[in-house]
Write a protein that binds this ligand. Structure first.
Ligand code: FAD
Length: 472
């Protein structure tokens, strides 16, 4: 872009948003370009400008401008997506949603509405104060934006078979299309549309088709909770107990997390607890009454104990449960601190029949891949959702090229396994680093169809380019 055009654009945005909310500061540019991947950003991809709109009308004006001028636009929540979609591959305009942070709980109608920049954790707290639950639970909830999680349709740690995915609760969205028009989808009622519902294209739309500027979700009353812990000799038996739980028709728990022996040693140590003698399985069942939650947990435990755990028991002390759950959640941040490395995680998703095999293959994920054999790894996951995270710790002193090789190796292996199990990632979207997987898994025809859908919403391919193409 020529200096003159850049000046004109910045001038236009400053008039639209106010000078404070338009930045060309290099530090801001870097901050709005990086993501959890370990390699650096480069000068060539730094954005021209960071914009911080407050209203949907401002978002619309930015997109209209960009569409007319053919300038790429990158939407930014907190930039924590784990498959590469928040890292632009070329320069453009960043729309950072941070200032779009209003939320309202409307108990009379039975829903809440929020703007995309509201942090997940803020929404959890707001809802919690009024006795409601947010059916979204990523490890990153303190920072992840509602726009980001809804674009990904991730329930994260929450097991799909228990209460579903965010899309099941989203009653409607407001969206600014890449051409600048503003549309509303869905309903203000508590009954979601039957038949065509454009909401479905945007919730879990990988940020390809429009900028979500308002989200409306059904209110879910807080649950009563019941907890259990089981310690096993080996990971195979954990996988078998999950298989057994489903096959014996037990009610799926809300959370069912596992940690390998090595991972649990780390988590338990950080939380000041005696390390367990083997891999750990933590489960939480929920119900409208305590009796219901206790019943469901007891049912799940009936399956678990049949797979010969070293120990298995209910947890009745809330504090103990929260300590155990946080022992699981601190693993990734702690190992990164400890080893001064950055973690790249795979998301191997088994089908029910292959969960034991998937666990074994995840333990050996790095075997035969030199760049992964060189580094430390940890194994944990949301096993109730049949998700296994084989995560790799890349040292900061590696050259960028080698770090990229390591990250790409993780996604290649993940793709190989998920193609084999005929599954797909359930947490971080389907494109960017996963585009080759999408093509392998669903075929060229499906991919071409996706491109046609994209063009009909975004004829000049200005919104989040590079995600669908897998350039990121
Ligand atoms: C430590 C850590 C733990 C994590 N744990 C989990 C986990 O347990 N489960 C899980 O699923 N994920 C997890 N994540 C990944 C990440 O937090 C989630 O994927 C989250 O959904 C992304 O939110 P974000 O605000 O960071 O989105 P961003 O990274 O900013 O955006 C993600 C994509 O959505 C698009 N987008 C953002 N906002 C909008 C909008 N308003 N309209 C249209 N498109 C938009 C962006 O352009 C981008 O393509 C974790 C990440 C970290 C760093």
């Amino acid at each position: 872009m020529s200096d003159k055009n850049l000046d004109d654009m910045i001038c236009y945005f400053e008039k639209l948003l106010g000078e404070r909310y338009v930045s060309t500061n290099t530090f801001e540019k870097i901050k709005n370009t990086i993501d959890p991947f370990p390699y650096k950003t480069t000068k060539e991809v730094l954005p021209y400008v960071i914009t911080l709109p407050e209203t949907k009308e401002q978002v619309s004006q930015i997109l209209k401008y960009a569409n007319e001028e053919g300038i790429p636009v990158f939407v930014r929540g907190s930039g924590s997506q784990l498959a590469g979609s928040s890292r632009p591959h070329t320069s453009g305009i960043v729309i950072n949603t941070r200032r779009m942070n209003k939320a309202q709980i409307n108990e009379d109608y039975g829903y809440f509405e929020c703007e995309p920049g509201v942090r997940c954790g803020e929404m959890v707290d707001m809802l919690g104060e009024k006795g409601y639950f947010l059916p979204v639970w990523p490890g990153s909830r303190k920072i992840a934006s509602m726009g980001g999680v809804i674009s990904n349709n991730t329930s994260a740690h929450i097991i799909d078979a228990s209460i579903g995915k965010p899309a099941d609760y989203v009653l409607g969205v407001e969206v600014v299309l890449p051409t600048g028009e503003i549309i509303e989808t869905g309903t203000k009622g508590l009954r979601k549309p039957a038949g065509t519902d454009l909401t479905k294209l945007f919730v879990g739309g990988d940020g390809l088709l429009g900028v979500i500027v308002k989200i409306r979700m059904r209110l879910v009353p807080l649950f009563k909770e019941a907890y259990s812990i089981a310690v096993f000799d080996n990971l195979d038996d954990i996988a078998k107990s999950v298989q057994r739980m489903y096959r014996e028709k037990r009610p799926a728990p809300l959370f069912m997390e596992f940690m390998s022996k090595e991972a649990s040693e780390i988590g338990f140590k950080v939380k000041g607890m005696e390390p367990p003698p083997g891999p750990v399985l933590l489960s939480m069942s929920v119900g409208q009454t305590q009796e219901e939650a206790d019943y469901k947990m007891a049912e799940v435990l009936k399956s678990i104990v049949k797979e010969n755990p070293i120990s298995a028991s209910l947890i009745t002390d809330n504090d103990e449960w929260h300590k155990l759950l946080s022992a699981r959640e601190v693993i990734a941040p702690y190992v990164m601190q400890l080893t001064k490395s950055q973690l790249t995680t795979s998301e191997v998703v088994a089908n029910l029949d292959s969960v034991v095999e998937a666990m074994r293959e995840s333990e050996e994920f790095h075997k035969g891949i030199p760049v992964l054999e060189e580094v430390n790894n940890v194994l944990y996951g949301h096993i109730g959702g049949l998700t296994i995270h084989a995560a790799y710790l890349f040292p900061p002193d590696w050259e960028d090229e080698k770090l990229r090789e390591g990250v790409d190796a993780v996604f290649r292996k993940e793709a190989e396994l998920n193609v084999k199990y005929e599954t797909c990632g359930g947490e971080w979207g389907q494109f960017s680093k996963r585009t080759p997987f999408f093509i392998k898994r669903y075929g060229e025809t499906s991919y071409e169809l996706m491109k046609k859908i994209k063009v009909s919403f975004d004829p000049n391919n200005i919104l989040n380019p590079g995600i669908l193409e897998g350039y990121r």
